[in-house]
Design a protein around this ligand. Structure first.
Ligand code: ZN
Ligand code: ZN
Length: 261
């Protein structure tokens, strides 16, 4: 079973290619289960996400393709939802939407979009260990809301290779425990291969910790273009297998099911 649960659409204003082209590419690659999880609406930096008025069309379009290609591929409907240190930015309509799963992602520390190349200068302005600690505290808070099914790109804070002086395993320890307790699934996000850090999220070190804690995994290419669909999958699978994983999760109506990958 080949799974890819993290993919975007042009509705977020920073992706290219039609949804149908993503599906055709996924079928060509032999992906069995493909999830659209575009950036959910939020009243902060709205230019990077769909608006609330676009959600119905997004959901309708995904379900249309799901039906159209049902003999070739299993298409799932989802959102990637931003978590910002408090609940005020989360659209309750999204939390209650009739979708297969929600990816919870931290892209901001105190409104600093730390994965945006535009704001990369901020890494130099503050103690790097503190930045990492604040990031993983935000991940913990996101996990503890209980709103989400998948932890998006667990160690995204490494994106530009500003690494802490302290042990990452130690910094991430509490977040890992919280993930374990929440029953959430960790995605192996392949976008990291395309970024300065040049490795998947999470690192092999954190993936080993996840395996020891019995935290289930899934896969996502985080594609923002047709060429990125499935990119880095075989590398991600190899790393998962080296760590000891043999099964990955697929969600349907927020219920987990495990498959051999
Ligand atoms: Zn995006
Ligand atoms: Zn993301």
């Amino acid at each position: 079973m080949r799974v890819d649960l993290h993919n975007h659409t042009t509705l977020c204003n920073h992706a290219t290619g039609s949804m149908e082209e993503y599906i055709l590419k996924a079928i060509e690659l032999g992906i069995d289960t493909f999830g659209f999880s575009c950036h959910a609406p939020m009243d902060f930096e709205p230019e990077y996400r769909m608006s609330l008025s676009q959600t119905k069309k997004y959901e309708k379009d995904v379900l249309f393709l799901k039906e159209k290609y049902k003999d070739d591929i299993n298409i799932l409907l989802a959102y990637e939802v931003d978590y910002m240190s408090d609940d005020q930015y989360i659209e309750k309509d999204i939390l209650n939407a009739d979708v297969d799963y929600l990816i919870g992602s931290v892209h901001f520390i105190d409104k600093w979009g730390f994965d945006n190349p535009e704001f990369v200068g901020r890494y130099e302005e503050k103690d790097i260990d503190e930045i990492w600690e604040e990031y993983f505290q935000a991940v913990s808070q996101m996990v503890k809301t209980g709103y989400f099914n998948i932890v998006g790109h667990l160690d995204l804070i490494k994106i530009f290779k500003y690494l802490p002086t302290k042990s990452i395993a130690e910094i991430a320890y509490q977040a890992m425990q919280d993930i374990k307790e929440s029953g959430m699934v960790l995605e192996i996000n392949q976008a990291g291969f395309r970024k300065p850090i040049k490795e998947q999220y999470p690192s092999k070190e954190l993936l080993k910790l996840a395996f020891d804690l019995n935290i289930p995994i899934t896969f996502g290419s985080d594609a923002h273009s047709i060429e990125q669909v499935g990119y880095g999958y075989s590398e991600a699978v190899n790393i998962a297998k080296e760590v000891g994983y043999t099964k990955c999760v697929v969600f349907e109506n927020k219920k987990q099911r495990l498959y051999n990958f």
